[in-house]
Design a protein around this ligand. Structure first.
Ligand SMILES: O=C(O)CCC(=O)N[C@@H](CCC(=O)O)C(=O)O
Ligand SMILES: [Zn+2]
Length: 336
């Protein structure tokens, strides 16, 4: 296997490769760009015009997606997977990955869309670098652009695998992309309805990619991910990479559940209290009238929405950040 296929090993060791560019026997070029960043380019005659960004490890303790990208890279470096798409592989927060932590000082996934400019430290610099790498990758004209930012969640979930689809004014969510996600094993999609500061929102909003955060199960350390079943996603990614995806049945979306954001719960102060059990699962339903959270100056978050569910409840976030998302079921009527 070509040494550059071992991007994860290099990243874990904090090493630069001796050779920055390598070619497989089929003429696929692998190019190391920076720590945790590697571009794969098919020979021109085989290129099918898709630019695919695959990122993982934006949160360092979310290892199942990192292992998945590592397997894809090994397959490419061995010549077993023959790309027709241009691909950028990114391991988001190398230092946090080495330490097995979600982040070191700041959550990188709260530093995009300009937020890193209002901040300092290594994670702000890394968010800036990730934006630059993505922008440069998605700068070629007349190509399809797709970004999957792969994560696992802090807690268990009533719906194990789901996607978050960013929002941009005057841009419609794509039915075709939802069908593709369904085929990749996603059971639900949260359609966002406002701008955000996460990586997928940056590539969607600023770089014109079809972009998604994918949640694949519960976060566990390296080597302990047998409970996270990524078979369908891995198969679909290989097909996307090789340009031999089976046709998608867009009409029905095959039982994919759609949700929209009712409210984001923002923690404003150290007095913030979230009235949920520590082990509550994502997508748990909350009754109308339930006092979900309380904060400074007698602020109370009371459930008003019928069918409301909570995802990503986390009272430990820094003040000013999202401490949970209240979601409600929605329909497919506004899809493009
Ligand atoms: O389990 C949790 O509370 C968080 C899991 C996670 O890292 N999710 C992403 C979602 C990004 C998005 O909103 O698209 C995050 O919180 O950064
Ligand atoms: Zn994450």
């Amino acid at each position: 296997m070509l040494a550059l296929g071992k991007l994860l090993e290099l990243t874990l060791a904090g090493r630069e490769p001796a050779e920055k560019t390598q070619l497989t026997v089929e003429g696929v070029r692998m190019r190391w760009l920076s720590e945790g960043a590697l571009e794969v380019r098919p020979p021109e005659a085989r290129d099918n015009g898709l630019d695919l960004l695959l990122s993982a490890g934006i949160h360092g303790n979310e290892t199942a997606p990192i292992e998945l990208l590592d397997r894809l890279l090994h397959d490419i470096a061995r010549g077993d997977l023959k790309p027709r798409a241009r691909i950028l592989f990114l391991f988001g927060n190398p230092e946090a990955i080495r330490r097995g932590e979600r982040f070191i000082e700041q959550d990188v996934n709260r530093l995009f869309n300009g937020r890193h400019e209002q901040s300092s430290g290594s994670e702000a610099l890394r968010a800036c670098e990730l934006e630059r790498l993505a922008a440069s990758f998605f700068s070629l004209p007349d190509r399809d652009r797709l970004h999957y930012d792969l994560h696992t969640a802090i807690r268990g979930s009533k719906i194990e695998q789901f996607a978050l689809y960013p929002w941009k004014e005057d841009r419609q969510h794509s039915r075709r992309e939802l069908a593709r996600l369904r085929a990749a094993g996603m059971e639900a999609v949260l359609l966002q309805n406002k701008p955000s500061i996460v990586f997928s929102s940056y590539t969607y909003d600023k770089l014109g990619a079809e972009s998604f955060t994918l949640e694949l199960g519960k976060a566990r350390p390296f080597g302990q991910n047998s409970g996270v079943n990524v078979n369908l996603l891995e198969t679909r990614l290989k097909q996307i990479i090789e340009g031999n995806e089976p046709p998608l049945a867009e009409a029905s979306l095959d039982g994919l559940q759609l949700f929209s954001v009712a409210r984001e719960i923002i923690k404003h102060s150290d007095s913030f209290r979230l009235n949920l059990p520590a082990d509550i699962e994502n997508f748990s339903e909350l009754e109308v009238g339930y006092v979900l959270a309380e904060d400074i100056a007698q602020t109370r978050w009371i459930i008003e929405e019928k069918g409301a569910r909570i995802i990503f409840p986390n009272p430990k976030v820094k003040n000013g950040l999202r401490a949970g998302i209240l979601i409600v079921p929605t329909t497919d009527e506004n899809l493009a």
